[in-house]
Design a protein. Structure first.
Lengths: 281, 349
């Protein structure tokens, strides 16, 4: 159920207005990238992109394309603002996070432009909540310059095979080492923790492996604390693509199917860890 | 029989002749647990588990071959150690109960999880589990639980001497969970208070024992013969009887001042209780069953009215292999203390 927002006093249209029958379609994706308090929202006619970064090393993007919304209108070429993601999520889930069958929270989102707050109208069961969240100057975002031509190794895995592994990563290890190779061990995740090392090997002919394109043996290490939040995205997704480029930059792309069967994407980019010491067994 | 394939290559080390046939080592439990997390998931996903070790680089490797061709390899470091041997002869215990773990678990459920110690009291006609409370507990604020069982509930019931033993409940819960998982009944061997109590499970494939110290409380009566006598624990394997206690470890009771009167020594008791869980891995040997004779023989101190305990870690071992390495345990109530050394073999537990 959608409802129209009151017309703005000045007569200017909202630069961004969107309606969504089920706010969970948005909140669950945002949660998958929620590892920092602040996020940058970038809206174009094709949809909404929410970006979260940390330590200048890791960036996560959640894409919610315009087709997911019942109504999605962007008046300018693009709209960009920075917002407190924790507050935004709290508002989107203001009626609670548990989903009873048949009930959903309807959302209308309006943004008047630079300097104005983001307005949320949420309704469930006849109860309406209005939220106004202040927006901030958008900050420069990292550009990992990751395009398909620069990809050295790429695999696509079914998420169910990785979920348990990521959830159980030895967090006493500082790094997660990823090895991708046309030869054994093909695809290996390794940690080096207090008690010893752990390796998880996925063979190229595993039925979890949907695509395997590895041209070169690469071993890269990433700070495990930075990658751990990607577990949330992994939990929601059905497939994940793992790519590395010549410099060892990592791209993880998660394909997420929402309750209505629509497809959305979340991606994580991560820089390799510079402090590389010899890998111990 | 438990393993599909079991291969042991003895690495003989000229310096440690007696260790030729075994590789005693210890791993951090926290490191091993994640390997076998989620037993139910393991059953579905893991096809095979292979455990191998190369003593030279102090690693044990657990390799799990899972569904979809996934291989998980864990290389855990271990430390060599001198394993603690429990000095306890189960067959010498006058009281033996055998019961399915389900019954015990059902009993323990009634005690709050914060309950540290419970008391098991037996007579030939009755068994009672009750929560243990310190003398100075404010009873108006405490919940005390008592559960009475009749001998018929036990698969095997033998009570040679009426006794009331108090031991740590928390440690027992782990063994009970294990026993339920394996479906093997639990045997309880014990004696009077002050002597250890053993909970064990035995099966064709495995054996596990949990030996706990029990509280020895001063009786209120003046009759000192009824009191449990202190046991002198040595502080190292090579000095089995050093009552004067040079080592300032927490189980050394000879340092405590002698008390008289009938008042139970609660501050000491409390202190000792807290220290039980930390007394593991120490090289302590002692002699069970020698207490009475010993204390009577020693002229140095009068009977103590205090609490003392020694906590042994769980002792579990595989079945004897063909070479039949002996499980060292000092058992009998012998008065030839000097003979007892760590290498003496005696009836296996």
């Amino acid at each position: 159920m959608s409802f129209s927002a009151p017309p703005p006093a000045s007569g200017e249209p909202y630069v961004l207005s969107a309606s969504l029958d089920n706010a969970r379609h948005l909140s669950s994706l945002l949660r998958a990238v929620h590892f920092q308090d602040h996020a940058t929202c970038f809206a174009t006619a094709s949809g909404l992109r929410v970006t979260v970064e940390d330590a200048k090393c890791i960036q996560a993007n959640a894409f919610i394309q315009a087709e997911i919304f019942q109504e999605f209108a962007v008046q300018e070429e693009s709209v960009m603002f920075r917002i407190n993601l924790s507050v935004l999520l709290d508002c989107l889930t203001i009626f609670g996070t548990s989903s009873l069958p048949g009930t959903s929270t309807a959302l209308r989102m309006c943004y008047r432009g630079y300097g104005y707050p983001l307005m949320l109208f949420l309704e469930e069961g006849g109860v309406v909540t209005v939220c106004k969240i202040n927006t901030q100057e958008p900050e420069d975002l990292l550009d990992f310059d990751f395009c398909s031509t620069k990809v050295v190794n790429k695999i696509i895995l079914q998420s169910e095979g990785l979920r348990e592994a990521f959830a159980e990563l030895d967090m006493t290890s500082e790094v997660l080492q990823i090895t991708m190779s046309p030869d054994k061990p093909y695809f290996r995740l390794s940690t080096f923790g207090n008690a010893g090392s752990a390796h998880l090997d996925y063979p190229r002919d595993s039925d979890l492996m949907e695509a395997f394109h590895c041209n070169q043996t690469q071993t890269n290490r990433y700070k495990i604390s930075l990658l751990k939040p990607s577990t949330k995205a992994l939990a929601l997704s059905c497939k994940v693509s793992i790519r590395t480029d010549a410099q060892g930059f990592l791209s993880l792309q998660y394909m997420i199917r929402n309750e209505d069967g629509q497809i959305c994407f979340v991606e994580y980019y991560c820089c390799p860890d510079e402090n590389i010491t010899e890998a111990e067994l | 029989m438990f393993f599909q394939h079991y291969c042991w290559t003895a690495v003989s080390d000229p310096c440690h002749k007696e260790k030729e046939l075994s590789l005693p080592c210890k791993l951090i439990v926290k490191a091993v647990l994640p390997v076998f997390r989620c037993a139910n998931v393991l059953g579905r996903n893991v096809e095979k588990c292979s455990i191998s070790t190369s003593p030279s680089d102090h690693h044990i490797t657990f390799q799990l071959l899972c569904k979809h061709g996934v291989v998980k390899t864990y290389n855990l470091t271990f430390q060599e150690c001198d394993p603690l041997q429990a000095v306890f002869a189960k067959h010498m215990c006058p009281n033996i109960l055998k019961v399915h773990s389900r019954l015990l678990a059902d009993v323990m459920i009634h005690f709050p999880t914060s309950q540290e110690e419970i008391t098991l009291s037996v007579t030939p006609v009755k068994v009672c589990f009750k929560s243990y409370t310190e003398e100075d507990t404010d009873f108006s604020r405490t919940m005390v639980t008592e559960i009475h069982l009749s001998p018929e509930e036990f698969d095997y019931f033998q009570v040679g001497v009426d006794s009331e033993v108090t031991f740590c409940l928390k440690e027992l819960r782990g063994l009970l969970a294990f026993s339920e998982a394996t479906g093997v009944p639990v045997s309880i061997h014990f004696d009077r208070c002050g002597k250890p109590i053993a909970f064990s499970i035995e099966d064709v494939l495995l054996e596990a024992s949990l030996i706990l110290a029990t509280l020895c409380e001063a009786q209120k009566e003046a009759d000192s013969q009824e009191r449990c006598c202190p046991q002198q624990w040595g502080s190292s394997e090579t000095h089995p009887d050093k009552p004067s206690g040079d080592e300032p470890n927490s189980t050394d009771i000879s340092k405590h001042p002698q008390r008289d009167g009938n008042a139970p020594t609660n501050p000491v008791a409390k202190q000792e209780v807290k220290s039980i869980p930390r007394v593991t891995g120490r090289d302590v040997t002692g002699r069970a069953g020698t207490a009475t004779a010993e204390a009577a023989g020693e002229a140095t101190e009068a009977p103590y009215q205090k609490f003392h305990s020694l906590f042994f870690g769980a002792v579990s071992y595989k079945e004897k292999d063909a070479t039949g390495h002996t499980f060292q345990s000092l058992a009998t109530a012998s008065d030839t203390e000097e003979d007892l050394g760590p290498l003496q073999s005696s009836p296996v537990l």
